[in-house]
Design a protein around this ligand. Structure first.
Ligand code: FAQ
Length: 319
């Protein structure tokens, strides 16, 4: 005789599926806390992609050559596309784009702290591509194996594009480092300002991370914040040295025993301030997003009206 499964049985079955490396798909049963946690991370990720268009978007009209302008334009458009994949994937968990935007505007949903720093010179475009996209790839390569199917598949595509972004940024830095003293100084200054905020992108230390333990058990996250941060440091040091840049960390030192670089401590007070809305550009970034949302309302209304009309026409034709 069949009987309803208990919550405990359903959860055990769910965990077994995750342990067997099977993906969780939108219509599968999932614990409510799993749904909310993936949704929280995906919405945070999607908002980061879209808010992240602002610091670089600001430089499209001031790129130093036509070629650099085309590349930057394509990169910024890609970030908008990543936001769209992620919002769509998040919608499979029972939310809407409007709800996610509302949570962003009211401060309930976060986006990556890094985008609250200003981009004040052309070299910042190099530092953002090299370091910010570099950090994003380290994290996203790992997320290609996340347990939620739509998120995982979105990541595969996003990673391909991010690797182009990272190279274009590194190329900007490389060319500046082959230039005049002023250009070299500009590149070093951008690295000095973006290094520590890039390190913060990986979130708090594992021991302080509110969501990590559960997210790792459910394989939403496949590697911890500290593991990924270490990977980023190890890859970035060689890249900096190759072009003559110096990472602004006096404690950075190769540790033979660990086979990794040791590095200094992040300013966690600064991190906490930025994620609480008090970074250098938080208000400006959100205000810009709200304004764009308001100014685009007529386009969304027109699209919705067009869709309604189309449906009415085909219903009439079918009748
Ligand atoms: N910024 O318990 P944990 C990109 C929050 S994409 C702001 O460790 P979790 C491409 C966290 O949300 C960059 N908030 O959290 C691009 C939580 O708060 P909540 C975005 C942060 O989720 C390049 C609280 O602190 N990538 O850059 C940050 O397990 C150039 C406790 O933290 C992703 O979002 C932070 N840095 O681990 C675009 C990747 N760190 O939600 C344009 C997906 C932590 O409870 C231009 N996300 N918080 O209110 C993740 O992998 C994870 O969410 C982590 C944080 C690793 C970011």
């Amino acid at each position: 005789m069949s009987r309803e499964k208990t919550q405990a049985e359903l959860e055990a079955q769910f965990q077994a599926k995750i342990d067997a490396e099977e993906k969780i798909e939108p219509k599968d049963w999932m614990p409510e806390k799993y749904r909310l946690n993936v949704l929280r991370q995906m919405s945070q990720h999607a908002h980061s992609e879209v808010i992240g268009m602002q610091p670089e978007g600001n430089w499209i009209t001031r790129a130093p050559t036509l070629h650099r302008k085309c590349v930057l334009l394509a990169k910024v458009q890609d970030e908008g596309g990543h936001g769209l994949y992620l919002y769509s994937a998040a919608e499979t968990l029972g939310t809407s784009r409007e709800e996610m935007n509302e949570a962003l505007h009211s401060g309930r949903a976060k986006y990556a702290s890094i985008f609250n720093y200003p981009a004040i010179t052309w070299a910042d475009m190099g530092a953002i591509g090299w370091l910010v996209d570099g950090a994003a790839i380290v994290n996203q390569v790992s997320l290609q194996r996340t347990s939620y199917g739509p998120y995982s598949r979105g990541m595969v595509r996003i990673c391909k594009e991010e690797s182009f972004h990272q190279r274009q940024g590194y190329h900007i830095m490389m060319v500046l480092m082959r230039g005049s003293d002023a250009q070299k100084q500009m590149a070093q200054d951008a690295l000095n300002r973006f290094w520590w905020p890039s390190m913060m992108m990986f979130g708090p230390h594992d021991a302080e991370s509110a969501h990590s333990a559960q997210s790792m058990k459910w394989k939403i996250k496949r590697q911890s914040n500290d593991e990924l941060r270490q990977k980023f440091v190890d890859q970035s040091v060689a890249q900096a040295e190759e072009i003559g840049l110096v990472i602004p960390d006096p404690d950075l030192k190769w540790n033979e025993e660990r086979g990794h670089y040791d590095f200094g401590e992040i300013d966690w007070e600064e991190f906490n301030q930025v994620i609480s809305g008090n970074g250098p550009c938080n208000r400006q970034r959100l205000a810009h997003h709200v304004k764009a949302e308001e100014e685009g309302e007529w386009v969304r209304d027109a699209m919705a009206a067009y869709e309604t009309k189309k449906r009415q026409r085909s219903a009439k034709a079918a009748a």
